[in-house]
Ligand binder design. Sequence first.
Ligand code: 13P
Length: 253
Amino acid sequence: MLKKWVIGNWKMHGSLADNKALIDGIRAELPALDARVGMVVCPVFPYIPQLKQITAGSGIGVGAQDISEFAKGAYTGEVAGPMLKDVGVEYVIVGHSERRTFHGEHNEQIARKAKAVIETGLIPVVCIGESLEERQANQTEAVLTAQLDALFAVVGTDNANIILAYEPRWAIGTGVAATPDMIQAVHSFVRAYLTKRSAAVAGLPILYGGSMKGSNAASIVTLPNVDGGLIGSAALNAAEFVAIYKALVASVA
Ligand code: 13P
C-alpha cells in the first residue's frame, strides 16, 4: 500500500454538475498523479458511479463516507460493503466525528464497520480524535488509546491495509487547524502505539484532518509521522485540493 495520501471527504456536498467541474478542475491542474502519493475522493453514495466514470484513467481513487456493519438484509437506509465494491469503491471512511456526533456511532460499532470494510476487500479510513473538552481535560491520549484499542480488538493487528486519520473534533470545519506541535505530538503518540501493537500495523499511514488547506498543508505534511491529509472543505475546491496534493508530493521528494 502507498504511504502518503490526500483524501477528500466531500461530506453532504455535490451535484452532477459540481462534481464534474471539480474533477475536471483537478485533472486540468494535475494531469498526472505522482506514483508515491495517492489521491482519493469520497462523494455521497448516489454519485459514486458518476465519480467512477469521470475519474477513469486518472488514478484518482473513489471512496465512500460510511458503510453498514452488515453485508445485506433488512437495514433500511444502509449501504453494504459488497454493494460499494460492486460499484467500484476502493476506500471507506469509518468513524468520522460527524457520524459519532449526529448518529451516535461509538468505538465498537466503528470497529465493526472497519471490519466490514476489510472483509469486503476494501481499505478503511478510520477516523480517531478527541473533543475540545477531552483535550482540555488532558484526555487526548486516553481517548485515542480507547479508540485504537476498540478498533484492533475487532480487526486484529495483522492487517496492514488500514489508513488512520487523526481528526481532532474541534478542528473540523472550524477553519482553525491544530498547531504543528499538537499534530506532531499526537502522530508520534499514535505511531508509538502502533509500533507496540504489531509489525503489521506499525507502518500504517496516519493522516491529519481538520481545516487543512493549501496555505497550511506544507507546515503539516512535512511533520514526521504525518502521512497525508483527510480534507473536508478544501477538497471541494480544485485549486486548494491540488495545492495540498502538491505539498505532499514535495514532502516526499
Ligand atoms: P475540514 O477540512 O472542513 O475541517 O473537514 C475535515 C474533515 O472532517 C475531513 O473528514
